[in-house]
Write a protein that binds this ligand. Structure first.
Ligand code: FES
Ligand SMILES: [Fe+2]
Length: 380
């Protein structure tokens, strides 16, 4: 099934937009209630009904490069541990010892077993409990049914997804996600930073090109365009393509010589809170993990698009690309945090998204749809 346009078709559509001064548009505007960015009740609902019930990216496959690799982090407020077992199969567990609940691993690395730091209960990569120190004191504990608690996980096209609270057919959503990561990528670096804003405001900053001139006047705008984008929707997900001015050169050469590398930035929103941004030399996989309704942890894996090319020249080029992108992201972060602070003014009952902000409307419409079809018990 074709979910997204191939590179040639993307270029053709962008050249048309550039020639005509047009951009992709939504059918209508969208108004999102401000309370959806400020309410703790709403965040709890998003966690319980969407972030835990939908296949959400936990990390890129290359974050677990070999048998024994592991990665521990919180997802939707719950500590999880992902491992790649001896056979290369990815497994995800609740990161909680079956004795008294201590987290058995932190951060990432490579191990053959996880020894709980509190009293030393020991688990294999497949989660099985294999050792209890002074076991005689636990006559009623059957090791064979006290392994780490598994969470449903799947690996597809270079990304590892988890569903913490599965519903029937929830994994069907993966059929709607195209391959976005090349096979030969590897992790250049990992980073995380906290943004003082709701996770959706952060996501919105990457999903439209209407702000390029005003926000990125001296960074992206000199190389790109204001409000000229291609927006593709696939399932509850979508992709926006931002062209660089140098794409115009392609109009003068035969179509079979068109190459997209270096001529666009593409950002895919994998519903709901994951962004896959492909730039010239690297791809960022960014998980926007809400900490509170007004605070988000942006966890980023930067993958090299250049395969095994690790010459000093290639590295310098990637670094330049990364530094440049970081300048633009800093500008976005300032906007995003200012918006969140501004919400406290009560000036707006809703935030308004125009027809040029199509991918954002798509995200909100889908969130609303999923939330309204899920019924959860209100937490006290
Ligand atoms: S809490 Fe893990 S061994 Fe005691
Ligand atoms: Fe931006």
């Amino acid at each position: 099934m074709t979910l997204i346009l191939d590179d040639q078709a993307v270029i053709a559509q962008l050249l048309k937009h550039i020639e005509n001064g047009t951009t992709d548009e939504a059918d209508s505007m969208w108004r999102e209630p401000v309370s959806n960015y400020t309410s703790n009740k709403r965040l709890i609902k998003e966690r319980e009904s969407v972030l835990k019930r939908w296949p959400v990216v936990f990390c890129p496959s290359v974050a677990l490069p070999e048998p024994g690799s592991y990665l521990a982090r919180e997802a939707a407020g719950a500590p999880l541990l992902a491992t790649r077992d001896k056979e290369g199969v990815v497994r995800v567990f609740k990161n909680a010892c079956r004795h008294r609940g201590m987290q058995v691993a932190e951060n990432s690395g490579r191990k053959n077993t996880f020894v709980c730091p509190y009293h030393g209960w020991t688990y294999r990569l497949d989660g099985e409990l294999i050792q209890i120190p002074h076991e005689a004191g636990f006559p009623d504990v059957d090791k064979s049914c006290n392994g780490l608690v598994a969470v449903e996980a799947r690996e597809q096209d270079g990304l590892i997804y988890v569903v913490q609270d599965p519903t029937p057919n929830c994994w069907d959503a993966l059929n709607e996600i195209p391959k976005l990561i090349n096979d030969d990528q590897f992790v250049l670096n990992e980073s995380e930073y906290i943004v003082d804003a709701n996770w959706k405001i952060f996501a919105e900053s990457s999903l439209e090109g209407y702000h390029i001139k005003a926000t990125h006047r001296e960074t992206f705008y000199p190389y790109g365009y204001d409000n000229i984008n291609l927006v593709e929707l696939f399932g509850r997900n979508g992709r926006i393509t931002f062209p660089f001015r140098r794409i115009e050169k392609l109009a003068t050469i035969p179509q079979d010589e068109w190459r997209i590398d270096g001529r666009v930035t593409q950002v895919s929103n994998l519903f709901p809170n994951v962004l896959v941004a492909t730039l010239s030399h690297f791809t960022n996989v960014v998980v926007l993990e809400p900490i509170t309704e007004g605070k988000t942890l942006a966890r980023t894996w930067t993958l090299s698009n250049r395969g095994a090319d690790d010459t000093p020249e290639a590295k310098a080029e990637i670094q330049r690309d990364q530094d440049f992108n970081a300048l633009g992201l800093r500008e976005d972060q300032d906007m995003v945090e200012s918006i969140q602070r501004g919400l406290a003014s009560d000036a707006n009952s809703h935030l308004t998204f125009g027809k040029y902000e199509k991918l954002i409307s798509h995200l909100h419409r889908n969130l609303q749809e999923v939330l309204s079809t899920e019924s959860i018990d209100e937490k006290p």
